[in-house]
Design a protein around this ligand. Structure first.
Ligand code: HEC
Ligand code: HEC
Length: 142
């Protein structure tokens, strides 16, 4: 948890933009890098505050997974980080962790609920990076 919580978080963004006009480029603003593999912060969901929280929006907290597999070490071998997939198959189907899906809803706008939830996350991630690029272009021209 200590090593994978990230070196920056949403409050780093809040501090950097405090008192500044929204949607205005400024030379003091830089890419805020949380370092890599911030899994502990992601695991905590909105409670971890890893991402910036917009005012007036609601953010999901921790995803309460089935109790026997709720801690980091119940899925990962702590030193190699390998996921032991066999115990997952007591409750889930599929060949790999990426195939796991419980949700019947599509979360990425594709309408495809036949693939693992990992694909919805990837789809949203692709949409997000495109939106960031479009935003940057329209606000800063770059
Ligand atoms: C429910 C099972 C589960 C739990 C609980 C879980 N993980 Fe994971 N974790 C995974 C799966 C599945 C992957 C993706 C593995 C893959 O892509 O092959 C992953 C990926 C990761 C990665 C990225 C590995 C890489 O090579 O990029 C890190 C780091 C990580 N987890 C750390 C943690 C930490 C720290 C915790 C506890 C706060 C945690 N995980 C809790 C299942 C879990
Ligand atoms: C004891 C049964 C059980 C085991 C074992 C189990 N899970 Fe789950 N898992 C669940 C249940 C129940 C849900 C649905 C929880 C909910 O939606 O509230 C779920 C949901 C998930 C989801 C979200 C799917 C979606 O469509 O939203 C993922 C991803 C997941 N589990 C991964 C894993 C991984 C990886 C393992 C093995 C390391 C694992 N699970 C082991 C019971 C289990």
């Amino acid at each position: 948890m200590t090593c994978h919580q990230g070196r920056t978080a949403g409050n780093t963004v809040a501090a950097a933009i405090e008192g500044k006009d929204l949607d205005t480029a400024g030379s003091s603003l830089r890419f805020i890098n949380p370092h890599y593999a911030t899994a502990a912060a992601s695991w905590l969901g909105g409670y971890g505050g890893a991402g910036y929280h917009y005012e007036g929006r609601e953010y999901s907290g921790l995803f309460w997974h089935a109790r026997p597999v709720s801690s980091c070490n119940s899925c990962h071998e702590p030193h190699s980080l390998e996921v032991d997939f066999e115990p997952c198959q007591t409750c889930h189907q599929g060949e790999t962790p990426q195939d796991i899906r419980v949700s019947r809803l599509s979360h990425d706008g594709s309408g495809n609920a036949a693939v693992g939830i990992a694909y919805d996350i990837r789809g949203n991630s692709e949409t997000l990076i495109q939106m960031i690029k479009d935003y940057a272009e329209s606000v800063t021209g770059k």
